[in-house]
Design a protein. Structure first.
Length: 96
């Protein structure tokens, strides 16, 4: 059983064709910061940054930060990338 209550981690997603923010800015990658609760299988999205180029490069065209008082935990669904990420960051053995 994991001994840590939570772990913080980042994910980076690239969009080959590009996407648009609600404000109309084009972006090709998104970096998201998560807090994973290892014991309860819950996750909270803390912040999101949108970048004009792949791999988090170029100008940050938009950002969203979750206010501390409104953080909402969500269950980690099985067989998703968040489930795989939780398995990796909450593992009791060191990463290889």
């Amino acid at each position: 059983m994991p001994v840590h209550v939570s772990r913080y981690t980042w994910t980076l997603v690239d969009f080959p064709k590009g996407e648009k923010t609600p404000g109309g800015e084009s972006y090709k990658s998104v970096m998201t910061r998560w807090r994973m609760y290892c014991k309860t299988d819950m996750v909270v999205k803390l912040s999101v940054s949108y970048f004009e180029k792949p791999m988090g490069k170029g100008k940050e065209v938009a950002a969203e930060d979750a206010p501390e008082f409104r953080l909402r935990e969500a269950p980690i669904r099985p067989n998703t990338y968040l489930a795989s990420l939780k398995k990796e960051v909450c593992s009791t053995k060191p990463a290889s």
